[in-house]
Design a protein around this ligand. Structure first.
Ligand code: AMP
Length: 325
């Protein structure tokens, strides 16, 4: 302990607790008091059990809101997006800690409704059709997931009426589909993406990481390792989609305890086949029963260019490829 007095002027101001709304009526009253003329309302939709990934979203939201705007956080474990054999009942719920993080990060309002409050008519009959891209990848392994996600996101946008909503790039397919919904349904909101937060060992932070035993976690690390291998392959300058995918697959094969659901190189706007240029290397896998998803951006070379460069490197002989780095 130092006997210096605590600093008086620097450091963040003491956090004031955000207002907590548990019902739509409380939310409506609190929302009406936020004046959009002084600055934008920025929504951060979450399922709670907040971690450094959410913290990053909250900080981005605070910056986007500016000194006179407001950050609104929703905390709701949405039953509609959980399959019958998924972890709805055991999904972590840590409201006290979540509120402390929201206070630290300067959120003005937290909406944490019950399921009955969000779905007053019971299971909704009218829902968002998330379109064909929702059937791929995550949608193939979690039928109904994206319909549940887009339905609750649309409801949260209606209830909170933000100018801006922030979403993590960690859930890249979700981000793509939310953007598509905003375009296709003419929603009056700007969607802002936030880069993925990782722990020091490379694992993307997730509320579900707390299910991992130390041994599971060691297995799980093969996922970010494989994504880095794919990214490195692309960064060498002659990685087309097939080469990037092969590098990632090689790295995944080195950890047979990791059960891979999918690994693919996709177009970030559609989740269809990737073209040369900016793309996403996406993957999902299970470590000891815990499902992990992750992705990294990759810059793909054209297929022909990739072949040409490989051919040049081969004909120039050993050592020649140093020129391409
Ligand atoms: P969730 O509470 O898991 O539904 O996530 C709420 C929001 O936080 C979503 O927009 C996620 O994409 C985002 N998010 C979750 N984990 C991370 C992470 N590690 N880095 C960045 N954003 C994240």
């Amino acid at each position: 302990m130092s006997d210096r007095p605590p600093p008086m002027s620097d450091g963040p101001p003491p956090a004031s607790s955000p207002l907590l709304a548990r019902t739509r009526a409380e939310l409506a009253a609190a929302r009406a008091a936020l004046d959009p003329r002084t600055g934008p309302v920025v929504l951060v939709p979450t399922m709670g059990a907040l971690h450094t990934g959410h913290e990053r979203l909250l900080r981005a939201a605070r910056t986007l809101a500016g000194p006179r705007g407001s950050v609104v956080v929703s905390i709701f474990v949405n039953p509609l997006q959980f399959g019958p054999n998924e972890d709805l009942d055991r999904y972590p719920r840590t409201l006290e800690e979540d509120l402390a993080m929201c206070a630290r990060e300067g959120a003005r309002l937290v909406f944490a409704p019950s399921a009955a409050e969000m779905y007053p008519g019971g299971k909704p009959e009218v829902t968002v059709d998330p379109g064909p891209a929702s059937q791929l990848f995550e949608g193939e392994f979690r039928p109904g997931f994206f319909g549940g996600v887009l339905t609750v996101v649309l409801k949260l946008l209606h209830l909170t009426r933000p100018a801006i909503a922030v979403f993590g790039q960690k859930d890249a397919q979700q981000l793509t589909l939310v953007r598509r919904m905003v375009t296709d349904l003419n929603l009056d909101v700007v969607i802002e993406p936030v880069p993925t937060a990782r722990d020091a060992d490379g694992l993307a932070t997730s509320s579900r990481n707390r299910y991992l035993s130390p041994a599971d976690r060691a297995v799980a690390l093969a996922l970010p390792r494989a994504l880095r291998a794919g990214q490195a392959r692309a960064a060498e300058g002659f990685g087309d989609a097939a080469a990037v995918l092969a590098a990632a697959r090689d790295a995944l094969r080195a950890e047979p305890a990791l059960v891979v659901d999918y690994v693919a190189v996709v177009d970030p706007g559609t989740f269809g086949p990737a073209e040369p240029g900016p793309a996403l290397l996406v993957a999902a896998a299970r470590a000891g029963g815990t499902r992990l998803i992750d992705n990294v951006p990759v810059l793909l070379a054209a297929e022909a260019a990739a072949e040409g460069i490989l051919r040049d490197a081969a004909t120039e002989g050993p050592g020649a490829d140093a020129a391409h780095h």
